[in-house]
Design a protein around this ligand. Structure first.
Ligand code: 4NP
Length: 156
């Protein structure tokens, strides 16, 4: 971790969007041959699902795209602001909560993951209460585009 660029993906529950983003990011760095330079985790601002596996719909979309992934939900903690160089939120509510908790002098830069979307689709909507998979499919595509655009800019 010390010699890598460290990125943390954050949503509300850490069972739908941020695990998707973490899994996609790890796949992208693997495909680009830069996995040795980057370290990624995900977490939630809320703690209700700590210890749980990702939502089945997140896992189904990853599987459909041939991405293997395992995760146990965790909550964003203060130390993360010192451990990570980049902290990405999925929506504006995540960003407000991340910035509210950010200690003074922490090194982490906080961004909406979608701020890197080439088409300017900045918000990755919460799909948890949806009755179908569509929001998860869309989340996957948004994560894929934004992770790639972020790496185009920041992978040095
Ligand atoms: P996520 O989705 O933030 O993308 O993991 C949610 C998961 C759980 C809840 C809300 C959003 N919840 O209220 O339990």
């Amino acid at each position: 971790m010390a010699d890598k660029h460290n990125v943390m993906f954050v949503c509300l529950g850490n069972i739908c969007r941020s695990p998707m983003a973490e899994a996609v990011f790890k796949e992208v760095i693997k495909q680009r041959g830069i996995a040795d330079k980057w370290y990624a985790e995900s977490s939630g601002t809320g703690g209700w699902h700590v210890g749980c596996s990702p939502d089945q719909r997140t896992m189904a979309v990853l599987k459909k795209n041939n991405i293997e992934y395992q995760h146990t939900a965790q909550q964003l903690v203060k130390d993360d602001f010192h451990r990570f160089d980049f902290i990405f939120g999925m929506d504006n509510s995540n960003i407000s909560e991340i910035n509210r908790r950010k200690p003074k002098g922490s090194k982490a830069e906080v961004f909406l993951l979608g701020s890197f979307d080439p088409k300017g689709e900045t918000i990755i909507q919460d799909p948890y209460y949806d009755s179908d998979n569509l929001g998860f499919e869309k989340c996957y595509i948004q994560c894929w585009k934004s992770c790639n655009a972020f790496l185009d800019k920041y992978n040095k």
